[in-house]
Design a protein around this ligand. Structure first.
Ligand code: PRP
Length: 214
């Protein structure tokens, strides 16, 4: 039982919400309603005082940064895009493991010196090419990145690669590894101080469950 109320933001989206809620269930925090059948976005749990918010992955960090959620679970890819200054990141939850990579056509024609790069990870791509000292033009897309080199919109893409099947199916190959991705636990900076006991209890419990599975 806990003294302070705790709000945990998780990432809405079929597979990932299941995995995140399963992790919480393993430490005894089970939602009273199944997000699969309920349309509710705030779910009460078996721990009185602990609520779960279902958010778009890109909004989890915003809610945690502003202290509306005390803790959250979000992919490193969206955290990198959001900026990582406004919250603590105490735990790698080991879910949703994949990579952000540069990919291009398997049979790539000669390319110009200044490449066009299509991505939804604009900040990550900008940072990567700046570190390489390479000037590129970034084209922001929201999905189906693989189409960009195929149609001539861009020369290469910066995107998530998990199995590599999507690249392969579209005649693309992974070329440069930018960073490894997985789901992280993030914590509001004030909650870490003001709700220290509760937050630490949850971190320690999640840590133990994650350690068992990795
Ligand atoms: C990601 C990514 C690729 C695919 C890679 O898309 O954009 O399309 O997964 O996975 P693979 O290497 O196992 O084939 P996601 O399913 O996350 O949807 P999105 O298009 O909304 O990003």
């Amino acid at each position: 039982m806990i003294d302070n109320k705790i709000t945990i933001a998780v990432t809405k989206g079929d597979r990932i919400v299941r995995q995140q809620l399963e992790l919480l269930a393993k430490i005894g925090i089970e939602t009273l309603e199944d997000p699969g059948s309920s349309r509710k976005l705030v779910l009460e749990t078996t721990w009185p005082g602990v609520n779960v918010l279902l958010l778009r992955s890109s909004d989890v960090a915003t809610y945690v940064e502003h202290g509306i959620a005390d803790m959250g679970m979000a992919g490193k890819d969206v955290l990198l895009e959001h900026g990582e200054e406004g919250y603590y990141q105490p735990l790698d939850l080991g879910l949703g493991k994949c990579r952000i990579m540069v990919a291009g056509l398997r049979d790539e024609p000669p390319l110009p010196a200044r490449l066009k790069i299509a991505t939804k990870f604009v900040n990550t791509a900008k940072r990567y090419y700046a570190e390489q000292g390479v000037q590129v033009d970034i084209i922001k897309l929201y999905g189906a990145m693989e189409l960009a080199p195929l149609t001539g919109l861009a020369h290469r893409i910066v995107d998530i690669v998990e199995t590599g099947n999507t690249l392969k199916a579209n005649g693309l190959v992974p070329m440069e590894h930018i960073t490894d991705i997985s789901t992280r636990l993030i914590v509001n900076k004030t909650s870490m101080k003001m709700k220290y006991a509760e937050v630490q209890q949850i971190i320690a419990a999640l840590d133990a469950v994650v350690a068992e599975h990795t």
